[in-house]
Design a binder for this molecule. Structure first.
Ligand SMILES: *Cc1c(COP(=O)(O)O)cnc(C)c1O
Length: 401
């Protein structure tokens, strides 16, 4: 029996894996100590748990434990990375390079810094969602202090050419920060092999709890320094003050360990399911895959169903399925996704898009159900659509000619 609604929005958030929850539970009531309490067993226990979690996190991404800073999530990590570099390297310059399809946590942070004197270059992307490394290199100036380009996009799943980007950054002596929230735990990410200097990620995208994340900060060649954005007790080697969220950190650690051990099998399984779903839905008339077909995450698919209103489509099956559209609620109105627009899509096509995010608990049965439901809903919506009528009429006229 299917449990409804079917959840296909794993890129927005994931459920906590029961094994993660189990690891966390003792740290709420039993081992509740403050990891900064140096004078008694409660504090030592908490500190030990945090140390262990730091090892689990570091191991997943190929970092040293001292290079991992715990935060409240990727939004905070993005802020700390970008603002921290901007303040620390003010003597060197004020120029930051980023790209149009970044998460709002990066774009809004850059916008904020622009008001404080930063100069920001926002690179465009090709139709496939990827930046052009040559364009990135050409944008570097003597006063460039940071390149902030994400690892995997949250809407279309495309993987930016991280190794090429880091090589360019190295060559010009510029720090490279990547928001890897969608990539860590899903595909192999290694800060050494990938040449990453600073990297943000979050627990709730990898079957850990909400409200906890991490920032990787390189310690040598080069040693990266950040100005703290939260002042206080000097926790996390002075980079992020505040009593550590011990249960959350334990959960993030366990989540990282599970991903490290299971990611290989899991991504193969999910890719097969995703490809099934995608082949079936792209088989419908007037559909389009958004983003590069190969260079992307294995568990995500973003598809436009032309001549349809994505919101109406989603509402029509919201009782049975949970997924996201290519629209974002900004204040009261529906804005087409800026990511899909950056790929050259019209407002109509962006609004007609759905993001399918598969995950650890997705079954073949659920995917079959989604195919059936969406095919039926698309056909039904199109029957009611005047633009679809016109499109079909046009197709008939063309075939007569
Ligand atoms: C989810 C997400 C974030 C925000 O993470 P939080 O932990 O929810 O703050 C940032 N960047 C990307 C790419 C994301 O997918």
């Amino acid at each position: 029996m299917l449990k409804l609604p079917v959840y296909l929005d794993y890129n927005a958030t994931t459920p906590v894996d029961p094994r993660v929850l189990e690891a966390m539970l003792p740290y709420f009531t039993q081992h509740f100590g403050n990891a900064a309490s140096r004078n008694h067993a409660f504090g030592w226990e908490a500190e030990e748990a945090v140390d262990y979690a730091r090892e689990q996190v570091a191991k997943l991404v190929g970092a040293e434990t001292k290079e991992i800073i715990f935060t409240s999530g990727a939004t905070e990590s993005d802020n700390l990375a970008i603002k921290g570099v901007f303040e620390m390297y003010a003597g060197k310059g004020n120029h930051i390079i980023t790209c149009v399809t970044e998460h709002k946590a990066v774009l809004d942070t850059c916008n904020h810094l622009e008001k404080l004197g930063a100069s920001v270059t926002c690179l465009p992307v090709h139709e496939d969602g990827l930046i052009d490394p040559a364009e990135l290199e050409a944008a570097i100036r003597p006063e460039t202090i940071l390149i902030a380009i994400m690892y995997a996009n949250n809407e279309i799943g495309v993987l930016q050419p991280v190794k090429e980007i880091s090589a360019i950054a190295r060559k010009h002596g510029v720090l490279f920060f990547t928001d890897a929230t969608q990539a860590v735990g899903k595909i192999p990410v290694n800060v050494q092999e990938d040449g990453i200097d600073i990297m943000a990620f979050s627990a709730h995208k990898i079957y850990g709890p909400k409200g906890v994340g991490a920032l990787y900060v390189r310690r040598k060649s080069p040693r990266v320094r950040l100005t703290a954005q939260m002042d206080g007790g000097g926790h996390e080697r002075g980079m992020r003050s505040g009593t550590l969220n011990v249960p959350g950190i334990v959960g993030l650690g366990k989540a990282c360990e599970l991903c490290r051990l299971e990611m290989g099998e899991e991504s193969k399984r999910l890719k097969a399911l995703r490809d099934n779903l995608e082949d079936a839905l792209l088989g419908l008339e007037a559909t389009q895959l958004n983003g590069h077909k190969e260079q992307r995450l294995p568990h995500l698919s973003n598809i436009s169903f032309k001549y349809i209103e994505g919101e109406a489509l989603i509402m029509s099956f919201s009782k049975y399925m949970a997924l996201s559209t290519g629209s974002a609620c900004t204040s009261a109105s529906m804005e087409p996704s800026y990511v899909l627009k950056a790929l050259g899509n019209t407002d109509e096509t962006a609004h007609a898009s759905l993001r399918f995010g598969l995950g650890r608990f997705t079954t073949a049965e659920e995917v079959a159900f989604a195919i059936e439901q969406i095919t039926a809903a698309v056909n039904k919506q199109r029957e009611l659509s005047p633009t679809w009528e016109m499109y079909k009429e046009g197709a008939r006229l063309n075939s007569v000619e």
